[in-house]
Design a protein around this ligand. Structure first.
Ligand SMILES: Nc1nc2c(c(=O)[nH]1)N[C@@H](CN(C=O)c1ccc(C(=O)N[C@@H](CCC(=O)O)C(=O)O)cc1)CN2
Length: 285
């Protein structure tokens, strides 16, 4: 058996064309949504991702506000950049690209984002809303995974989902999303402290690998016919490589490739969060 490829690039392109229609309608009402990004330092992956986000904005008609700061930026300088975006009326929403250089306090930066301008749902107020099941921006990768599975008609209701990883951008919020009544999955969250990882991955209907170790998930760890979502990215010789080993494609029914799966969906969901917010604001005007 060779698994069906869940093409995130194609789904993201479809979502972007749907968003363009909504952005055009906003423009007719005199509203131009704007996405801001704050990138500190020269991490090669982050530079590619931020570049991609602004390319997407141009495609869809969203205005771009790009703030690039040097590696040796101080916390005060980062605070000032964030405060500027909070005050900029052209900025509907923005993100602070993660990871930040080690000398900077990520939690402090995320806490400084005006919750009404949090474009990737990672500010404490947004994560709190997710826990409470209140409306708010959702973290982009988890939202993208759910959207990707839904658009491929993967049945989440009652499915047993094993998430390997407990990070704040993917593992934890994904667990909260999948256990909402609307998704209704049963989630097993595994992490470095999990004693018998195989026993959990090998019985799950859906396995999400968000570890960041190339080829970490192998065929023997997956139930035949399971759906596999490859989230973790490592760079090998400068190229992105996922967590899922090639032999998994021989046992799974569906796999998200990496690259070309969850990454493009993350970007599409960022645009969705901005357009959702712009429409909300236009409705209030
Ligand atoms: N503030 C945030 N920081 C980070 C997030 C996030 O959601 N918010 N997630 C990740 C990185 N990320 C988004 O910023 C991201 C990762 C991957 C891609 C992507 O399109 N990948 C391509 C491959 C591109 C390449 O490496 O050549 C793919 O998978 O096809 C987009 C965004 C950490 N930081």
């Amino acid at each position: 058996m060779t698994a069906e490829r869940i093409d995130g690039k194609a789904v993201a392109a479809q979502i972007k064309s749907e968003l363009k229609v909504r952005v055009d309608a906003l423009r007719e009402r005199g509203v131009v949504p704007g996405l801001g990004t704050v990138l500190v330092g020269a991490d090669p992956g982050s530079q590619i991702y931020v570049g991609g986000k602004h390319k997407d904005c141009a495609e869809v008609g969203i205005a771009s506000i790009r703030v690039d700061l040097p590696e040796d930026t101080t916390q005060d300088e980062l605070d000032a950049a964030i405060a500027e975006l909070n005050a900029n009326p052209a900025c509907t929403g923005y993100i602070v690209q993660l990871p930040l250089p080690r000398h900077l306090d990520e939690h402090r930066a995320l806490a400084m984002i005006d919750p009404d301008k949090d474009a990737d749902g990672l500010a404490p107020a947004s994560l709190g809303k997710l826990v409470l099941n209140e409306p708010g921006p959702l973290p982009c990768t988890p939202r993208g995974i759910v959207e990707l599975l839904r658009r491929h008609e993967v049945d989440l209701d009652g499915a047993e989902v094993c998430i390997v990883g407990r990070g704040t951008t993917v593992g934890r919020p994904l667990s909260l999303l999948l256990t909402r009544r609307s998704e209704n999955s049963t989630v097993i969250q595994c992490h470095t402290g999990t004693k018998d990882l195989f026993s959990h991955t090998a019985t799950a209907d859906i396995v999400v690998a968000a570890v960041g170790r190339p080829g970490f998930l192998t065929a023997d760890m997956v139930k035949p016919g399971a759906v596999v979502v490859d989230v973790g990215v490592s760079r090998v010789d400068g190229k992105p490589v996922g967590d899922v080993a090639a032999d998994v494609w021989e046992v799974a029914s569906m796999v998200t490739p990496n690259p070309g799966g969850v990454g493009p969906m993350t970007r599409a969901m960022l645009l969705s969060n901005v357009v959702d917010r712009a429409e909300e604001l236009a409705g209030q005007a």
